[in-house]
Design a protein around this ligand. Structure first.
Ligand code: HEM
Length: 378
């Protein structure tokens, strides 16, 4: 199966062709943990991750090779499974640098990137603090859900005593393509999602919109990125009662092909001026459609690398699926996300959405061979 190295210029799991499955976890560092212990944790995570992505157990003795008198190093449920394109991507939240009480626990305050601050409040936010934030995050993506869950489970276990799991999210289907080699998948509203995404092959766009560059304000972060996560509940039962024509108007694209309502094919550039026979003097693409408001033309050219996943976490007491989009986007500057999300305040789609979780993390560059992820920070 496909296998990606853990080390490299950039962390894997960003421009890597989006895998089918996600397990995302946010952690808080336990009280009393020292700077040295934090560094050791990152070293331990890097060592284990460099093995996991090869389809190996977390250590040489692994699940069954150790002493029969001790609990095994590896929990074992991925034994015999291929690497499954596993990527493990680690991030640092603003609270790692200065915690909620203003305390610089690890001597990192002076290293905090000026751009790494809590996101502002957005209109319509219904955030649950139990599904938001975190000193550290790990995004595990793989083509096999068991492999992604095994990675988070074992990395959490390795962190025992140093970090506690704050919240985690499973995603069962990718809602974005990050490579031109991939077909565009669909989200739970049934629309193609990821058509206009930044793709790995667009190297000048990834340089401009995804990777932190020298002079951006934090030298240790060069080659890294900023990650925003939003857990967005989708009111799918209400959506399913909306006429097809209106669903298409809300998105700004047609449902079958994903083509802009201004005409053409999936990858035709939308035209926000052209009228159609049915819109009587109005643009074919509604000015408050999702695509019109999210498009770079409306956002001073800002683009995002979206890498989200569909989720269904059971159902609520009214018998509605607790379903939605776990939105993940990578950008060179958090302002790109903030700008687009503020522009979406009048989005016709908002009637069917509720943002219930949120987080932001600086994503350091990839680990050196024999080094560890985040090494440039310490
Ligand atoms: C485009 C769905 C939330 C940013 C799209 C498209 C769909 C879609 C169907 C058109 C296809 C494409 O180009 O990918 C959704 C759904 C959401 C959601 C169902 C919530 C559950 C967001 C959020 C943001 C965002 C929170 C960022 C703040 C974008 C951007 C585009 C886009 C930048 C590309 C626009 C363009 O360049 O034409 N989305 N989206 N979306 N979305 Fe969303």
């Amino acid at each position: 199966g496909t296998q990606y190295p853990f080390s490299g210029e950039h962390q894997a799991g960003i421009v890597t062709p989006a895998q089918d499955r996600l397990h995302f976890a946010a952690f808080d560092v336990r009280e009393g943990t020292t700077r040295e212990e934090l560094v050791e944790l990152l070293q331990d995570w890097s060592y284990a991750s460099s093995r996991l992505v090869q389809g190996l157990d977390v250590s040489a003795s692994g699940a069954v090779g150790g002493s029969p008198l001790a609990p095994p190093d590896d929990t074992g449920e991925a034994m015999g499974l291929p690497p499954s394109a596993l990527t493990i991507t680690v991030g640092f939240g603003p609270t790692l640098f200065v915690d909620g009480d203003g305390v610089d626990r690890f001597g990192l305050a002076s290293r905090q990137p000026a751009k790494l601050t809590q996101l502002p409040r957005f209109s319509g936010d219904a955030l649950d603090s139990a599904l938001s934030g975190g000193d550290l995050c790990i995004q595990a993506c793989a083509d096999d859900p068991q492999v992604a869950v095994h990675a988070i489970r074992n990395l959490t276990r390795i962190g025992f005593g140093r970090v506690i799991l704050r919240w985690s999210q499973l995603g069962f289907g990718r809602t974005s393509s990050t490579s031109t080699s991939q077909a565009t998948p669909r989200n739970l509203f049934g629309f193609k999602d990821g058509t206009a995404n930044v793709k790995a092959e667009e190297t000048s766009a990834t340089a401009e919109h995804v990777w932190v560059a020298p002079g951006d304000g934090a030298d240790w972060l060069v080659g890294g990125s900023y990650l925003v996560a939003r857990r967005i509940r989708m009111m799918i039962e209400s959506w399913d009662r909306v006429r097809l024509e209106e669903q298409e108007q809300i998105i700004g694209r047609d449902k079958r092909a994903g083509a802009p309502l201004s005409g053409g094919e999936e990858f035709t550039e939308p035209d926000f001026v052209v009228e159609s026979e049915t819109t009587f003097g109005q643009p074919a693409i509604d000015a408050n459609s999702h695509v019109a408001l999210a498009h770079p033309a409306k956002n001073a050219g800002a683009r995002l690398l979206r890498r989200g996943y569909n989720f269904v976490d059971g159902n609520d007491e009214l018998g509605r699926l607790n379903a939605g989009l776990f939105f993940l986007s990578y950008q060179r500057d958090p302002q790109q996300f903030i700008r687009v999300q503020q522009s979406l305040s009048t989005d016709l789609l908002n009637e069917y959405l509720k943002h219930t979780g949120s987080g932001i993390w600086a994503i350091p560059p990839g680990a050196r061979d024999g080094g560890y992820v985040g090494e440039t920070l310490f």
